[in-house]
Design a protein around this ligand. Structure first.
Ligand SMILES: Cc1cc2nc3c(=O)[nH]c(=O)nc-3n(C[C@H](O)[C@H](O)[C@H](O)COP(=O)(O)OP(=O)(O)OC[C@H]3O[C@@H](n4cnc5c(N)ncnc54)[C@H](O)[C@@H]3O)c2cc1C
Length: 396
């Protein structure tokens, strides 16, 4: 088996891996390897708009080769495990890469087993999720075709990437039903596992007010435990007991877990989901100081999101250098974002830290109020910023 050595090895070329790699190269890293099996890079936030009939899959995809930064050695392969004691990663193709520092950012995956029946449900014509690329367009076909009956939108808690965006298909569909004049015939149910719609008090109030305007029945603190695809019933655990909820159309924002090789390699913490055990402030692994983590895979005590990576990537890049020089490490404060549409032309942008304290990028105007300008930015301007600035490591 061949072993190649690189100064820094980055596992995963998504939002986290590409923006970090670009940053490290800019900072002077001369021997950087990236392991990423997919030939296509996706800007995943646009999946919500594909699921609302406001974008096509082609809008969010670019060849991976176009985003891998110059100067970085790309292995189009998949990591199958890490030997952190031996400082090397194993590749599905058979080789090994040894490293001085390792950055683990392979994202997370849908935990279908956490909601028995959910994987079968999305294979029926009655359920969908924007969290699976191939299903986003189906969400819009399902919701736009509904003219009567019950539409259920469920949002799981925990390490779900940008969980509040699970409300985007609800509000864009409800606005569509209102414009079509069928909203009175559609019962809209929102089932949220957390006790808030978003962990930002002001934005939460705005979203609840929008839900009320559409007549949405909101249940917080409620978990979808399983689904019966034959009767089309969700089995719910509510704060007061168990309940069943029938659906004619169901959009789920599902629970997530880390890739299983993270735990199999001894890199996970004890919490459910096998997420990477990092110090939430420094993003350094708790047991292996030459291992770092960011993005959806890392248990950083903050809601994972692409926006969070604007702050995480510079912290990891700086801390790799600082650790080598014996200098103090920088801290990530848990900054994250949740852009949630309240209609087909307005959006609430909630920016907050791990304590739920607002952390707005601009002091004025208040972006946590529904605005047409933030909708326009999120749908039309942010993708360009992503491809041309964020992936190049320029935004923090
Ligand atoms: C529907 C949806 C809407 C969203 N909307 C927003 C939003 O509006 N705003 C926002 O800020 N965030 C949003 N997010 C969240 C955001 O997309 C993620 O937080 C972000 O993509 C995380 O980046 P990442 O690099 O950690 O993971 P990913 O983007 O998932 O990238 C992980 C990469 O690792 C690769 N990989 C996986 N396994 C391996 C392996 N074994 N070896 C090597 N490589 C591997 C994958 O192929 C992938 O390219 C949304 C997410 C979804 C799904």
């Amino acid at each position: 088996m061949s072993t190649q050595h690189h100064d820094v090895v980055v596992v995963g070329g998504g939002n986290a891996g590409i923006s970090l790699a670009a940053r490290l190269l800019r900072d002077g890293c001369r021997d950087l390897a990236l392991v990423e099996p997919s030939p296509v890079h996706r800007y995943r936030p646009l999946l919500s708009y594909a699921g609302s009939g406001l974008a096509e899959l082609a809008d969010l995809e670019r060849p991976q080769a176009d985003v891998v930064p110059d100067g970085c050695r790309w292995y189009a392969d998949r990591v199958t495990g890490v030997d952190a004691d031996g400082s090397c990663v194993r590749l599905a193709g058979g080789g090994e890469l040894s490293y001085t520092d390792l950055v683990v950012c392979p994202g997370s995956e849908v935990d279908w087993a956490a909601v028995p029946g959910s994987r079968d449900a999305v294979a029926t014509p009655y359920a969908s999720t924007n969290y699976v690329t191939e299903l986003a367009a189906k969400t819009w076909s399902l919701m736009s075709a509904l003219t009567r009956g019950t539409a259920v939108f469920s949002v799981a808690d925990g390490q779900v990437p940008c969980a509040p965006v699970g409300l985007k298909p609800l509000f864009t569909a409800a606005d569509h039903w209102r414009r079509q004049g069928v909203l009175p015939a559609v019962t809209v149910e929102l089932v949220v596992q957390a006790d808030h719609l978003v962990d930002h008090a002001r934005a939460d109030r705005e979203l609840r007010a929008a839900a009320e305007r559409y007549g949405v029945h909101v249940r917080t603190g409620t978990t979808v435990e399983s689904v019966d695809i034959h009767t089309r019933e969700l089995h719910l655990r509510t704060p007061t007991g168990e309940e069943r909820l029938h659906y004619d159309a169901w959009h789920l924002t599902p629970p997530h877990r880390a890739p299983s090789w993270v735990a199999d390699s001894g890199l996970a913490g004890s919490a459910d989901g096998g997420f990477l055990a990092v110090d939430p402030r420094t993003l350094q692994h708790l047991a292996y100081p030459r291992v770092w983590g960011l993005g959806d895979v890392a248990d950083a005590d903050a809601m994972p999101s692409g926006g969070a990576l604007r702050k995480q990537a510079p912290v990891v890049a700086d801390n790799i250098a600082a650790a080598r020089l014996g200098r103090p490490l920088r801290h990530y404060d848990g900054y994250t974002v949740a852009p949630v549409t309240t209609s087909r032309r307005r959006l609430v942008l909630a920016e907050f830290d791990r304590a739920g304290q607002p952390e707005p990028s601009v002091p004025f105007p208040d972006l946590a109020r529904p605005r047409a300008s933030t909708f326009f930015f999120d749908r039309y301007l942010q993708p360009g910023l992503y491809w041309h600035q964020i992936l190049k490591g320029h935004v923090s």
